[in-house]
Design a protein around this ligand. Structure first.
Ligand code: ATP
Length: 251
């Protein structure tokens, strides 16, 4: 379980996160929603220890990140797969080499086992033939799926996704959503998904955290969202073209 406690972060006098508390339960999909610039990505980077808070802490499976030695922090980081915005694949490497990279870096697997695992992951994201291709030869949606294959290669306990469906057509977005959901049910993966995409939220979220001006004024389930009264939350949801009260297609 990931626990965020009273976390604050400023950049040059700009208070981006203020006294944030959040629990991410195991085996669930937690969606972090909120307007552009509200602090979602900064929050996500704290979860994986890429940013240090000014105050407060992140606790992963009982381990407060701020109290860990460098090698302990490395151990905790191995529990995470991260899918950054844009995929961030290595352009000069083939899709398979991209997926093999974390396996070579973080595991003791033999070259044969590494290749097998990379092929398994590419199959899981429904790109069994993409292995030899360079990222430039793949579409944006395919690149995201290769990045997802890379993120899941070492079977992380937690996967963090930053805008996994942004810039994708609805069909490809649905494929990504299905994959995120399937990883939870088949591998018990805990997912944290930063997104603006309310359609995606409605199909995959077990829990939603609404970030507003660096705070989290609302958390709840999709059902709770239908009953929510927070004006700032409703304004965000309406702006994202989902009408509360309309039964969701995915319910
Ligand atoms: N390294 C940094 N240095 C200075 N300011 C930063 C840094 N990282 C983020 N910020 C600022 O923090 C604020 C929140 O950024 P963040 O990327 O978390 O927003 P977001 O909610 O993820 O937005 P979006 O939905 O557009 O991705 C922004 O004002 C941003 O400029």
């Amino acid at each position: 379980m990931i626990q965020i406690r009273d976390l604050s972060k400023s950049f040059g006098g700009n208070a981006v996160l203020r006294n944030v508390d959040l629990d991410v339960p195991e085996g669930e999909v937690t969606c972090i929603i909120g307007r552009s610039g509200s602090g979602k990505s900064v929050l996500m980077r704290h979860i994986v220890g890429l940013l240090e808070p000014d105050a407060g802490r992140v606790i992963v499976d009982g381990a407060p990140l701020d109290e860990l030695t460098y090698s302990e922090l490395r151990q905790v980081r191995r529990k995470f797969g991260v899918l950054f915005q844009g995929g961030a694949l290595f352009d000069s490497m083939s899709a398979r080499d991209n997926v093999e990279f974390p396996l070579r870096t973080f595991t003791e697997l033999s070259p044969k086992e590494i290749r097998q695992r990379a092929d398994e992951c590419l199959e899981l994201v429904e790109l069994p033939d993409a292995g030899p291709k360079k990222p430039a030869e793949l579409s944006g949606g395919q690149q995201k799926r290769v990045a997802l294959a890379r993120a899941i290669a070492i079977e992380p306990k937690y996967i963090l996704y930053d805008e996994p469906t942004s810039g994708l057509d609805p069909e490809t977005s649905n494929t990504i959503d299905e994959l995120i959901h399937r990883l939870g049910t088949t591998m018990g993966t805990t997912s944290v998904v930063v997104t603006h995409d309310m359609h995606s939220v409605l199909s995959i979220a077990d829990r939603i955290a609404f970030v507003h001006e660096g705070t989290i004024p609302w958390t709840g389930t999709v059902d709770d969202l239908h009953r929510a009264e927070s004006e700032t939350l409703l304004a965000f949801v309406r702006a994202n073209e989902y009408k509360i009260g309309v039964p969701s297609e995915t319910a």
